[in-house]
Design a protein around this ligand. Structure first.
Ligand code: OGA
Ligand code: NI
Length: 207
């Protein structure tokens, strides 16, 4: 096996261990820098073209835009029309998905994915990614595309990792190339108010 393949295997094993032991995992070497650069360039271009829409909360008839609760703008990947770099990222996610399926006997079918940008001053209050009564989303995955993010930039992802104790959390900076995933049904989380424009790609593995 080549060195890179060994390293990548370690990253995946570490993610699987995290999901099993704590319900979440953080990996800083999920994708090579060149791919990150291309995804970031693509995201900025699509944003300039005005393709992003205000994200909403709730589902179906309960769907609404409430920026005091959720202030990001998103653009869904179009499965019929993926860019080469979107394909590469999704390929990695499908690879991870097959390892999760094998290890946890979870049946996961597809993956939905969107770019997200949080404008200065925006946030996303504490929530679960599963809609009430709809358990399709099983694993949430977020990739961050922000160079040199500092503590004072705010915008951390706050993960409430203890289902029994809602005071327990960790704050994760949305650092360049950082990949975070967690169990969508159990893990409450929020995005703290950001003081800098904040870029990411969010995906869900679905049942
Ligand atoms: C979400 C979400 C967290 C983040 O899109 O549901 O919680 O850090 N995102 O972007
Ligand atoms: Ni969420």
């Amino acid at each position: 096996m080549k060195m890179d393949a060994v390293k990548q295997n370690d990253v995946i094993s570490m993610i699987l261990d995290g999901l099993a032991d704590r319900g979440f995992a953080i990996a800083d070497q999920f994708l090579p820098d060149s791919i990150l650069e291309n995804l970031f360039e693509e995201q900025k271009l699509l944003l300039e073209e005005g393709r992003f829409k205000e994200a909403g909360i709730g589902r179906g008839s309960e769907h609404s835009v409430r920026q005091e609760i959720r202030g990001d703008k998103i653009l869904w990947f179009d499965p019929e029309n993926l860019s080469p770099f979107q394909e590469i990222y999704l390929f990695k996610l499908y690879d991870l998905k097959s390892r999760i399926t094998a290890d946890f006997f979870l049946s996961l079918n597809d993956i939905e994915c969107h770019f997200a940008v949080y404008p200065v001053g925006s946030l996303y209050k504490r929530h679960l990614d599963q809609f009430k009564g709809v358990g399709a989303r099983q694993i949430s995955c977020i990739l961050y595309l922000n160079k040199d993010w500092k503590e004072e930039d705010g915008g951390s992802l706050r993960i409430y990792y203890d289902v029994e104790d809602r005071e327990k959390y960790i704050d994760v900076l949305p650092q360049w190339g950082r990949f975070v995933c967690f169990r969508s049904a159990d893990i409450y989380h929020e995005v703290l108010k950001t003081n800098r424009e904040r870029y990411s790609i969010t995906a869900w593995m679905r049942k």
